[in-house]
Design a protein around this ligand. Structure first.
Ligand code: GLY
Length: 386
C-alpha cells in the first residue's frame, strides 16, 4: 500500500500544491490546518510521515513536535519540518528532536521526493488492478465451457491476490471499476509496460476494447506511451518479456500486424520480438511464463519448446495444463493453489512459490498474471510478470 503523508500547515496553497505532487507520486495524503486537528486525525489514521509547518497561527511547529513526542501513539512518527527560515535555524529550534528532517520553503519538490524516499522507501513495483465486475459471468470464453461463476468468491480471491502483491513489494493501485466490462479484472491484457515505455494494447475481443481507456490514463504519468493501431490486435497476455527478448503469441486475440507493430515500437529500445505459435489455450502466457531472464515454466503441448532457444525450460506436470502461468515479482513467485504437482516441481527445481486461490477467477479464463499490470518502479528492476 502507498505510504500516507500528513501535512499540518495553515497555508492552503502550499497544502494544495504539495498534495497534488504527492498524490501524483503515489502517496496517500491528508491534511490538517493546526496541530490539534492533526493529532485528532493522526490517532484515527496514523500517517507514515508528517510534513509540519514551523510557524502556524495558533501554535508553532516546535511546540507541536514536542507534543507529538509526548504522545505514546505518535512519538515515533517521522517528521519533516518545513519553514521559510533557513534549515540551520530550524535545526536550532527543534534541537535534540530525533527523527526530524528539515525542508526550507519554497522547496524543490524533487528534494521532498528524495527525503520521503529515504524515510519511507517506495515499493519496487506498481501493480495496477481492477475490481471483479458484477457482470463477470458474461465474460469472453474461448477454450473453456461456461460454468457458474460465484462473483463474490471471485472478488474475495482477487482481494487476497492483491494482498499477496502488496507483500511481494508492490504498491497496489486499483483502477476505477468498470462494472459493465465483464473481463475488466484481467487488466494485464490492456497494456504491456517496459522500463522505457508502455504499449497500449488493442484487444482482439471487441468487447474488451473499452478496458484500455482507464489503463492508458493510469500509465500516462508513468511512462512514454505508444499504441497498437488498427488493423493490429494485441492482448497483453500474449506478450512474454524476458530481459530484452520479447515473445508475442500468435493467437485468436493477437494478429501478425499487432506483433509487427510491437516489434517496430520496441526495436529502437533494443528489444527483439519473436512471434510464437500458440494452440489449445487463450494467451501465450497461459502456456509459458518466466522465472527470470533465462528460465521459463512451460506447457509444451501449447507452445513449442524450440520457440525459446537458449532458455532453461521447466515443464509443468502434464496433468495440470493450466499450471504454466505464474507471476514473478522480484524474488517472489505467485502461483495458484490448483496445481500441487507443478508446485512440487517448482519447489524442487527453482523455489517455493506463494500460493493463492484463483479457481473462481480461472472459470473466466484468467490466471495470476492476468489480474495485474506490473510496472517496475525503477528502470532495471528485475522485470516482473514476464
Ligand atoms: N475471459 C478472458 C478473456 O477471454 O479475455
Amino acid at each position: 500500500m502507498a505510504a500516507t503523508i500528513a501535512i499540518c500547515d495553515d497555508d492552503q496553497s502550499f497544502v494544495e500544491l504539495t498534495t497534488r505532487y504527492l498524490v501524483f507520486h503515489g502517496y496517500s495524503v491528508w491534511s490538517a490546518e493546526d496541530p490539534a486537528g492533526f493529532t485528532a486525525r493522526a490517532l484515527e489514521e496514523p500517517p507514515d510521515v508528517l510534513l509540519l509547518d514551523m510557524q502556524m497561527r495558533g501554535g508553532g511547529g516546535p511546540q507541536a513536535l514536542a507534543a507529538i513526542r509526548e504522545c505514546p501513539e505518535l512519538k515515533n512518527l517521522k517528521v519533516i519540518m518545513c519553514s521559510g527560515m533557513p534549515v540551520e535555524q530550524m535545526a536550532l529550534w527543534a534541537e535534540g528532536m530525533a527523527g526530524v528532517k528539515y525542508l526550507a520553503k519554497p522547496f524543490d519538490t524533487r528534494r521532498l521526493g528524495q527525503l520521503l524516499e529515504e524515510i519511507v522507501p517506495k515499493a519496487a513495483f506498481i501493480a495496477f488492478t481492477r475490481a471483479v465486475s458484477p457482470q463477470m459471468a458474461r465474460c469472453e470464453l474461448t477454450h473453456l465451457e461456461r460454468s457458474v461463476i460465484d462473483v463474490k468468491r471471485a472478488a474475495a480471491q482477487h482481494e487476497a491476490y492483491e494482498k499477496a502483491l502488496s507483500k511481494a513489494g508492490c504498491d497496489v493501485r486499483r483502477l476505477s471499476a468498470a462494472p459493465d466490462l465483464p473481463d475488466s479484472v484481467f487488466v494485464e491484457d490492456a497494456a504491456v509496460v517496459f522500463d522505457e515505455l508502455a504499449v497500449i494494447a488493442r484487444p482482439g475481443a471487441e468487447t474488451r476494447r473499452g478496458e484500455v481507456v482507464e489503463v492508458e490514463k493510469a500509465l500516462s504519468g508513468l511512462r512514454h506511451l505508444e499504441k497498437i493501431e488498427s488493423p493490429g490486435t494485441l492482448d497483453g497476455g500474449d506478450v512474454l518479456v524476458a530481459g530484452k527478448r520479447v515473445f508475442a503469441g500468435r493467437t485468436a486475440r493477437t494478429n501478425d500486424e499487432g506483433i509487427r507493430q510491437l516489434g517496430l515500437l520496441l526495436a529502437p529500445r533494443g528489444y527483439v520480438v519473436a512471434a510464437v505459435p500458440v494452440t489449445g489455450c487463450l494467451h501465450l502466457k497461459s502456456a509459458v511464463t518466466a522465472f527470470d531472464e533465462n528460465s521459463l515454466l512451460i506447457n509444451s503441448k501449447w507452445v513449442p519448446r524450440d520457440a525459446f532457444p537458449g532458455f532453461d525450460l521447466l515443464e509443468i506436470d502434464p496433468s495440470e495444463p493450466y499450471a504454466a502461468n505464474v507471476l514473478k515479482l522480484g524474488e517472489t513467485l505467485i502461483m495458484p493453489s490448483a496445481f500441487p504437482k507443478t508446485r512440487a516441481r517448482l519447489e524442487r527445481e527453482w523455489k517455493k512459490p506463494v500460493i493463492v486461490d484463483a479457481d473462481e477467477l480461472a472459470k473466466a479464463e484468467g490466471a495470476v498474471t492476468c489480474c495485474s499490470l506490473i510496472a517496475a518502479r525503477r528502470p532495471g528492476e528485475p522485470r516482473a510478470g514476464c
